[in-house]
Design a protein around this ligand. Structure first.
Ligand code: ZN
Length: 220
């Protein structure tokens, strides 16, 4: 795996060994990282930033990575101030507003205008496969981010949660413009032969693991 990582990072012009990673806990802590954090968590979770689900930096030499298997990776880029952020957003982080926290940090630290932010919501479990319990839906509705219930689906008497759309709505609440948000639309559960999927692993249908979503400010 490490061999593959180095190869993929190099293809993007990035150095895997300098990548900054957090110990993800489905929380809302977003950390501003700098040179002294280079490589934290790159080779061992032990050195990753504790209890951190979001990372932000303006340093092109610091790739920021989050790891997902059904949870949504959300990448943010401010092309005006040249700052980037990476966020790990499962349902708990999503309803708790981890993406909003990331936008807030960019606004307060870099003067980012949310209307200028570009965002990408990466492969994650889709509304097709994300059957959830009542508590997920109740907690989401309680956020009042989705008065039209656009991220809630009732299917065959069960609740499904649209994690992609929920993160879009969350980003819109933070001031992003919908047309600046790209949703990959790839369901990790449907396509577990190509992506790691926690639920597919639980069902014994694929190998356990997580894929990385990585972003860095362009050099130069
Ligand atoms: Zn699916």
């Amino acid at each position: 795996m490490r061999h593959n990582r180095q190869r993929w990072w190099a293809a993007m012009g990035l150095d895997w060994r300098r990548t900054v990673c957090g110990r993800q806990v489905h929380g809302t802590r977003v950390m501003l990282v700098s040179e002294r954090d280079a490589g934290r968590g790159a080779d061992s979770p032990a050195t990753a930033l504790p209890a951190t689900d979001g990372l932000a930096s303006s340093d092109p030499a610091l790739p920021l990575a989050v790891f997902c298997a059904d949870c949504a990776p959300v990448l943010l880029y401010d092309p005006v101030n040249r700052v980037a952020a990476a966020v790990h957003a499962g349902w708990r982080g999503t309803v708790a507003g981890v993406a909003i926290e990331a936008v807030r940090l960019l606004v307060s630290e870099f003067g980012t205008d949310p209307g200028q932010l570009r965002a990408g919501i990466g492969p994650a479990i889709g509304p097709c496969c994300y059957e959830v319990g009542d508590e997920v839906i109740a907690t989401w509705i309680g956020t009042q981010l989705d008065r039209g219930l656009r991220a809630v689906i009732r299917q065959d008497g069960r609740w499904h949660f649209d994690l992609w759309r929920a993160n879009l709505l969350t980003l819109e609440a933070a001031g992003l413009i919908a047309s600046n948000v790209e949703i990959a639309g790839i369901c990790t559960r449907c396509r577990s032969s190509e992506w790691f999927s926690h639920r597919a692993t639980q069902a014994g249908e694929s190998r356990a693991g997580r894929f990385a979503a990585v972003i860095a400010v362009p050099a130069g």
